[in-house]
Write a protein that binds this ligand. Structure first.
Ligand SMILES: [Cu+2]
Length: 154
């Protein structure tokens, strides 16, 4: 005795939602593609903040930072990037972007607001092999507390 004989039509009934679920599942990659982060003065109760503090991307993806509010930038923190990655510090009040070719964790902050906790992380290729170095960074002011929370979420 098969399910089909007992409940004719069940296959058809469940196949549509199942197919939709499969489409949704497979069209949402574990690492999203190119990401855009806004540089903001205010987001909810937070001030001087990136709209997304942690993003996960694939190797070769680009992250765009939008200068939604002026006065911000992106600066890779010393010791906060995978080995072999050079310095990166964007101009204030300008949109910027970076193509992530080397896997690992990247810690960055906004040069004028690092003491106010304007900090973010990018994880590339789901590689956390430099996590210990990331923990050893001397985070400035309010960035320290935020960094500890964010590192736990990586
Ligand atoms: Cu800033």
């Amino acid at each position: 005795m098969t399910l089909n004989k007992n409940l004719p039509g069940l296959n058809q009934i469940i196949s549509i939602p199942l197919a939709m679920l499969i489409v949704v599942f497979f069209s949402t990659p574990a690492s999203a593609e190119n990401q855009t982060i806004e540089m903001l003065n205010k987001l909810g109760k937070e001030t001087m903040v990136y709209s997304k503090k942690v993003v996960k991307v694939d190797i070769g993806d680009t992250v765009f930072w939008k200068s939604t509010k002026p006065g911000h930038n992106v600066e890779f923190i010393k010791g906060g990037v995978p080995e072999g990655v050079g310095k990166f510090r964007s101009a204030l009040s300008k949109d910027t972007e970076y193509k992530f070719e080397v896997p690992g964790i990247y810690a960055y902050w906004c040069t004028p607001h690092k003491g106010m906790g304007m900090i973010g992380f990018v994880v590339v290729g789901n590689d956390k092999s430099n996590l210990e170095q990331i923990k050893k960074i001397k985070y400035m002011g309010k960035s320290k507390k935020i960094a500890i929370e964010l590192i736990l979420s990586l």
